[in-house]
Design a protein around this ligand. Structure first.
Ligand code: MD3
Ligand code: FE
Length: 217
């Protein structure tokens, strides 16, 4: 049993930190599932390798990505979208492993979101220097569902702001095992990740992985 199952409400665990209305940082929430999650990622990347997508503007993203679940997030010269198939091989994305679904749903519940049914999991791989510029996640159809993010490996500085790009931004250090639930009024906040610093993580080596669970369709 996962210790967090003992907590019913998001505020009963002192490690549940509210970052903003609708946004909960669950420190270490995924630590008990790391081995199983990494084993599942091995299987996913064997079928759907990490790749550097190109933005509609023609820039190669520094973050490498893959997906699992019914839908995967892709970008190319034509735009951003969710697609049922991996453009590299035309095959459906690998299925969402049960341990992923369980982790995403338990975290969503801890953040106060019942009934989260993610149909997409984007897996981001950061090597030193990789970063994600400020953006909103708005390619999903229904913004009433939260996004759940799981950080593994090297720590990163996460930036998030308000509804407007020019709003002041907060910095949060996301570490191995941390989970963040973004829903309600935080769902469309701008966010990004500063360039990953050099380092070596005892389990993952010189990289950071981030999983984002989404309800895309
Ligand atoms: C706040 N990933 O894949 S996860 C992304 O660490 C993405 O790889 C980052 O942003 C990463 O789109 C950040 C945290 C996150 C994810 C979705 C959000 C924060 C969010 C949606 C709304 C507001
Ligand atoms: Fe995002």
């Amino acid at each position: 049993m996962h210790t967090h199952d003992l907590f019913d409400g998001a505020s009963s665990d002192t490690r549940h930190e509210r970052l903003a209305p609708g946004a909960w940082l669950l420190r270490g929430f995924a630590l008990g599932q790391v081995t199983a999650v990494l084993a599942a990622i091995e299987g996913i990347q064997a079928a759907a390798p990490f790749r550097h997508l190109v933005t509609p503007g023609g820039f190669r993203m520094s973050v490498a990505m893959t997906n699992c679940g019914h839908l995967g997030w892709v970008s190319d010269r034509r735009g951003y979208r969710y697609d049922a198939c991996d453009p590299l091989n035309g095959e459906p994305w690998p299925p969402m492993p049960p341990v992923f679904l369980e982790l995403a749903q338990t975290a969503a519940r801890a953040g106060g979101f019942l009934g989260f049914a993610p149909d997409a999991c984007l897996i981001n791989r950061y090597e030193p220097g990789a970063r994600l510029t400020l953006h909103q996640d708005k390619d999903e159809r229904d913004f009433s569902a939260p996004i759940v993010s799981v950080s593994l490996g090297l720590p990163a500085v996460f930036l998030f702001g308000g509804d407007a790009r020019r709003d002041n931004h907060r910095r949060v250090r996301l570490q191995h095992g941390d989970v963040v639930v973004w829903g309600g009024p935080a769902r469309l906040h701008h966010h990004g990740v500063l360039a990953l610093k050099d380092g070596y993580h005892e389990i993952l080596g010189p990289q950071r992985l981030n999983l984002t669970f989404r309800r895309a369709a």
